[in-house]
Design a binder for this molecule. Structure first.
Ligand SMILES: Cc1cc2nc3c(=O)[nH]c(=O)nc-3n(C[C@H](O)[C@H](O)[C@H](O)COP(=O)(O)O)c2cc1C
Length: 364
């Protein structure tokens, strides 16, 4: 193996000592009434500071954006102070970390909103099951946001970006993928609006660009990335439709003008993910690389060998590993040594306290 993964890279303002990015991973360990990051979380991230770049777990921009138990936020002083523990620990350990900014939209439950339905572009139930504090529950029909409320969402992302800077993050990643609010606006199947946020591709992607514009008031665009999962199909209530690829073509071309740090692109990786989709593309980076002038971080079921192949073909600039970074805190070192990779324990992804969280050992 040529180990391109272990060579330095530049993504906007970020100088990475290697091309292994830690993917954003929700771990539900902010188990306090404030949803503030804890010293345990600081330890977990510091253990993984040898990543070229860490993307934090998805972090809620406002109470309205909640959708899971014990996921951290970044709207309150206590949360900013909690994140400061994390960013300091990562920086002391020599790493770099950006905050993934998140609004769940309709992928949520009334349990998180005083019994009221969650918000969405349109009142369409994603027909999914979500974690509640008392077990899995089916989603409900959400309430469509008014135009005034959409302006409030944009403002929430702006102030979350400001808080991320105050908390010591090196930058932010906009979570515009995986079927959450921004993706719900972009997908025709979840957006039936007839105002300036619905209908045409321009209108459906308006929220994303308004959020980018707002976040750009708080930090320079070379410290801002965004995430797309264009082939999300029959998952989280979305399907791939004939209009999906043209929508993302437009989004990527338009995002080029911003001078962003990177585009984070997820490849299809779930079993049977593309089945039944109309207009699917099997290789996401191969399609979008020629359209994008910004650096690309690829993700989705990669092992180091496939990551090397992608890098040597020039399909991306870095590769984000999710589950492998859960179970291999020293993943770059293991790649350098050609060492065996430890398996992850799915049962402890979203629960378990210290177990399955900070107890995966580094190589001696
Ligand atoms: C436990 C877990 C939590 C995740 N949380 C997030 C998240 O907070 N934000 C996000 O964009 N993706 C999230 N994902 C998706 C991962 O970032 C990644 O796309 C996925 O795991 C595929 O990459 P991998 O094969 O390297 O694990 C999560 C995945 C897992 C397994």
């Amino acid at each position: 193996m040529s180990h391109r993964l272990l060579t330095p890279a530049r993504l906007g303002a970020f100088e990475l000592p290697n091309r292994l990015v830690m993917a954003p991973l929700t771990r539900c360990r902010a188990d306090n009434p404030e949803f503030a990051p804890t010293p345990l979380m600081a330890r977990y991230y510091a253990q993984r500071a040898s990543a070229g770049l860490i993307v934090s777990e998805a972090t809620i921009v406002s109470p309205q954006g909640r959708g899971y138990p014990y996921t951290p936020g970044i709207w309150s002083t206590a949360q900013v102070e909690g994140w400061r523990l994390v960013t300091d620990a990562v920086h002391v350990a020599g790493g770099r970390i950006v905050c993934q900014l998140w609004h769940c939209g309709r992928l949520s439950l009334p349990d998180f909103h005083d019994g009221q339905p969650p918000v969405a572009p349109s009142a369409i139930n994603p027909e999914w099951n979500m974690f509640s504090p008392t077990g899995m529950k089916p989603t409900v029909t959400p309430r469509a946001l008014s135009v005034e409320e959409i302006a409030g969402v944009v403002e929430d992302f702006r102030s979350a970006a400001r808080n991320a800077v105050a908390a010591g993050f090196d930058g932010v990643e906009i979570h515009s993928s995986n079927g959450y609010l921004i993706h719900q606006f972009m997908a025709a199947c979840s957006n039936r609006r007839d105002d300036q946020y619905g209908g045409s591709v321009e209108n459906r992607s308006r929220l994303l660009f308004e959020i980018l514009d707002a976040v750009g008031c708080e930090l320079t665009f070379d410290r801002v990335g965004f995430r797309l999962n264009p082939m999300m199909n029959r998952f989280h209530g979305l399907v791939v439709e004939p209009d999906t690829v043209p929508t993302f073509d437009y989004v990527v071309r338009r995002a080029n003008d911003y001078g962003l740090a990177y585009l984070h692109l997820t490849e299809p990786y779930l079993p049977n993910q593309l089945e039944g989709g109309v207009g699917v593309i099997e290789e996401v980076a191969r399609h979008f690389r020629p359209l994008a002038t910004m650096p690309i971080v690829s993700n989705g079921g990669f092992d180091p060998a496939r990551a090397e192949a992608f890098l040597s073909e020039g399909l991306c600039d870095a590769v984000a590993f999710g589950r492998l970074f859960i179970s291999n805190p020293d993943l770059p070192e293991r790649v350098a040594r050609g060492a065996a990779l430890a398996p992850w324990d799915m049962e402890r992804f979203y629960q378990g306290g210290e177990a399955g969280y900070i107890d995966y050992p580094a190589l001696p």
